[in-house]
Every structure is written in structure tokens, then in C-alpha cells.
Write a new protein. Structure first.
Length: 298
């Protein structure tokens, strides 16, 4: 690697975290987000950098184009509408050493509930919403990517914004209160206390379990609605409660079950008014094996 290439690599590295954040919000997959960032680096290497006035902006739009192609390809392969059991790849971090204010911002922007809603948008809508509403990219810069006028691009963002606001559940951003609810949920599960579990769940709670296409039986993918039904599910799998530990899952307090360091499930929740309103469990063995787990703190 020559000096110029090393300098370019250093400059690219300065933008990597930002680009990964853009790509993850675009595609909802950690692996595909990394692929998009790597493709941006390859394209940068084939470009005359003297013509690039704003490297960060250029890279952001390149990642946007790559992710848009990924989303369009995904939509073309999908013969049926997205299954309602789908749970995006979670980003898991330890609970220790967190900055509460920053975690609130992160939870607002990349919570699993939001990513699930983004999955329902058309590719161009998702790109426009992510780039403009989450990263303040001007419509004039987004328009060439989606091959629309600035006015039409603005309409795309407006339509996506209405769908997101209408479908994203309200949530308590306080990590301390989230942890209290999760601690109580774990205690009730471990103790087999059905009534305590029901009391911690909103009457209209929705549980979404994504176990992939190959898992069958009681552990298969499913959507369960209602406090009593969800509590029954918790008791059915109570043997795993002893193995679960709390962690940050996409900026909110969740649970990871990883006996021997190998994950069998990751759960995120939405907490509002002291009760759980939404639960999202990823239990797909293939996808779990690719997750980057933090060291066990417990």
C-alpha cells in the first residue's frame, strides 16, 4: 500500500462508523451493512479522488446507492410479502459504561421496532427517509440516487414519515425503568409466576419470534398476542430464563441467552408505562451465529 493509498484508507476509516450506521438503517442486517461499506471502499479506490469535494457526503451517497440495489434485489427475490415474524439483526452491547443520553438517541433511531417498520417501506422510500430524516442529507443530493426530482423525493420522505410515525410504538426511553421491568420479567419467568408475568405485560402485548425457516415445533417462528398468551409462552421456555442476561439490544435493555457463549436467542422489548407492549425475539440459529456478542458481564 503506497502513501496515497494509506492516506485514503485513513480518511475512509474516519467515516466508517457513520457509513455503517447509514447502511444498517438501510438494510437492517449487520452483515449486509458491512458488505455495503466494503463496496463503498472498493468504489472509492476506482475513483479519481481529486474530483471529490466532500468525501463524507460522497461516501454516504455511494453507500445509499449500494443499499438501494440490495433492497431492490431483496424485493425482487421475495415472492410473498414480508412475514410478520421477521426480526432484524440486533446490535448488542454490554449494559456497563453507557451514556444514558446517547442511548436515548440511539434507541430512537435504530430500535428494532423502527427497523421492522422500515422493512415495510418501498426501497426508494426507505432510502429517502433514512438519508434525509436520520442523517440530514439534502433532498437535492438524494434525488439522483432514486432518479426522481427533488420535489418527488420530498414526497417520498413525507409518505415514509407518515407510515413510520403511524406504526412505531411509543416507548419509555429511560434505561433504568426498562431494566426494572426486565429484571421483574426474568424473576417472574424463573419463578414460574404466571400472574406476575401477566401484570408486567400490556393486555395487547405482541410477541414476535423469528426462528428462521428450519426450526419447527414449539420453538418455530410465530406471532403471539395478548398478555396471557405471551405469559404462557414465557413459562413454556422458562428453563432458558436462568441462562438469560441483560444487555443493550439496539439501544434499549433486552436479554441475550447464550449458554457456553453460543447465542440461542436475543430479545428486545418496548416498555411503556411500566409494562411491556412489544417483544421481539431472534432465535434463527444461522443468523445468531453471525452476531457479535459482548463479553458476559454476569
Amino acid at each position: 500500500m503506497n502513501v496515497d493509498t494509506e492516506l485514503l484508507a485513513d480518511r475512509f476509516q474516519e467515516h466508517r462508523d457513520h457509513l455503517r450506521a447509514v447502511a444498517y438503517r438501510m438494510v437492517g442486517s449487520v452483515t449486509e451493512a458491512e458488505d455495503a461499506v466494503q463496496e463503498a471502499w472498493l468504489r472509492l479506490g476506482r475513483t479519481d479522488t481529486d474530483e471529490i469535494r466532500n468525501l463524507g457526503g460522497w461516501l454516504t451517497t455511494v453507500v445509499g446507492r449500494v443499499c438501494l440495489d440490495m433492497l431492490r434485489s431483496r424485493a425482487a427475490r421475495r415472492e410473498q410479502p414480508m412475514d410478520e415474524t421477521f426480526v432484524p439483526d440486533p446490535v448488542i452491547r454490554p449494559l456497563s459504561g453507557i451514556d444514558p443520553e446517547q442511548e436515548v438517541l440511539e434507541a430512537d433511531s435504530v430500535g428494532l421496532a423502527l427497523l421492522i417498520v422500515l422493512e415495510t417501506l418501498e426501497p426508494a422510500e426507505r432510502l429517502t427517509f433514512v438519508l434525509h430524516d436520520m442523517f440530514a442529507v439534502p433532498f437535492d443530493d438524494i434525488a439522483p440516487i432514486v432518479e426522481r426530482s427533488s420535489a418527488a423525493t420530498r414526497q417520498l420522505a413525507s409518505r415514509a414519515r407518515r407510515r413510520v410515525q403511524g406504526a412505531t410504538p411509543s416507548a419509555d426511553p429511560d434505561l433504568g425503568r426498562q431494566r426494572q421491568v426486565l429484571d421483574a420479567f426474568l424473576a417472574a419467568s424463573r419463578g414460574g409466576d404466571f400472574e406476575a408475568l401477566v401484570a408486567l405485560l400490556h393486555p395487547d402485548v405482541v410477541l414476535r419470534v423469528d426462528a428462521g425457516a428450519l426450526v419447527r415445533g414449539a420453538a418455530a417462528s410465530k406471532v403471539v398476542r395478548g398478555a396471557k398468551s405471551v405469559a404462557e409462552q414465557a413459562l413454556t421456555f422458562r428453563q432458558f430464563a436462568d441462562l438469560a442476561r441483560l444487555a443493550l439490544v439496539n439501544g434499549t435493555v433486552g436479554m441475550v441467552t447464550a449458554p457456553g457463549g453460543r447465542p440461542v436467542s436475543v430479545m428486545a422489548v418496548t416498555v411503556a408505562d411500566g409494562r411491556i407492549t412489544e417483544m421481539y425475539i431472534l432465535a434463527d440459529p444461522g443468523r445468531l451465529d453471525r452476531l457479535d456478542l459482548p463479553a458476559d458481564e454476569n
